[in-house]
Ligand binder design. Structure first.
Ligand code: NAP
Length: 249
């Protein structure tokens, strides 16, 4: 029920952090991986191949929608089909809301939301052509539920990721396409480096996590495999929090 043997998964932001951990988890379940990033993904490739599946890197800057067609085409050329898309690439820019710049707003919203949507649309068109459904998994955030501090564009984009997930799920369920999301809690990656370097904020966050620890990238692996597998065939438009209990407080 959880096997992904023979499936092809595209994961964006595959070079590091949660994206790399999800490549590893999906390959461990049997999937071949198409990694998308703007830099080399040698470490991820090595980890995936250790699990006995294939890794195909596609270098692309997801700050615009320009590379989308090429990503789908290259993946299909390499593996013959695609079955899973994980929209993980995302950025955060911190600044007081009163001073937040239009440039930062556009950069954050373009990658976190616009590219996520249009890459999903392109994958969905390929799934429809293949006539055997597909899985789209979007990476949301605790700031899909809460406002945050000094990250207004990130919060707006991640609330929208949850909304777009539901909207896509509603229209594409009839094609056996499942669109769901994962909302990670506070995980130790580049994304949270600034927060973790601020000892006061680090400890404040830690004290609020019922699990008593920050998350590790590998904590998200089981959930992405579950949502990518046939075990989740009847789950549509839902966001699963992997947050050590943060939202329950
Ligand atoms: P990360 O280590 O900063 O990873 C972000 C990934 O996105 C990197 O691979 C990065 O590539 C890629 N990326 C950024 N801009 C890109 C662009 N223009 N084109 C292509 N790729 C681009 O942080 P992470 O924590 O693993 O983040 C992964 C996702 O999880 C993000 O959507 C983030 O918002 C979300 N998230 C993280 C946490 C957390 O606590 N860490 C919590 C909730 C949600 P580069 O290395 O080239 O920059």
């Amino acid at each position: 029920m959880f096997s992904l043997k023979g499936k092809t998964a595209i994961i964006t932001g595959a070079n590091t952090g949660l994206g790399q951990a999800m490549c590893v988890a999906l390959s461990k379940a049997g999937a071949n991986i198409v990694g998308v990033a703007r830099r080399e993904m040698d470490d991820t490739e090595k980890l995936v191949k250790q699990n006995g599946t294939e890794f195909y890197p596609v270098i692309a800057d997801l700050g615009t929608t320009e590379p989308i067609e090429r990503i789908i085409k290259d993946a299909v050329n390499r593996f013959g089909r695609i079955d899973i898309l994980v929209n993980n690439a995302g950025i955060i820019r911190r600044e007081d809301a009163i001073d937040y710049s239009e440039n930062d707003w556009d950069d954050v919203v373009n990658i976190n939301l616009k590219t996520l949507y249009f890459l999903s649309q392109a994958a969905a068109k390929q799934f429809v052509k293949q006539k055997s459904g597909g899985k789209i998994i979007n990476i949301a955030s605790m700031l899909s539920y809460q406002g945050g501090i000094r990250v207004p564009a990130y919060t707006a984009s991640k609330h929208a990721v949850m909304g777009a997930t539901k909207a896509m799920a509603n229209e594409w369920a009839k094609y056996n396409i499942n669109v769901n999301a994962i909302a990670p809690g506070y995980m130790a990656t580049n994304n949270t480096e600034q927060l973790r370097n601020d000892t006061k904020r680090y400890n404040e966050i830690l004290e609020r996590i019922p699990a008593g620890r920050w998350g590790e990238p590998s904590d998200i692996g089981g959930t992405v495999v579950f949502l990518a597998s046939s075990a989740a065939d009847y789950i549509h438009g839902f966001t699963i929090a992997v947050d050590g209990g943060w939202l329950s407080r």
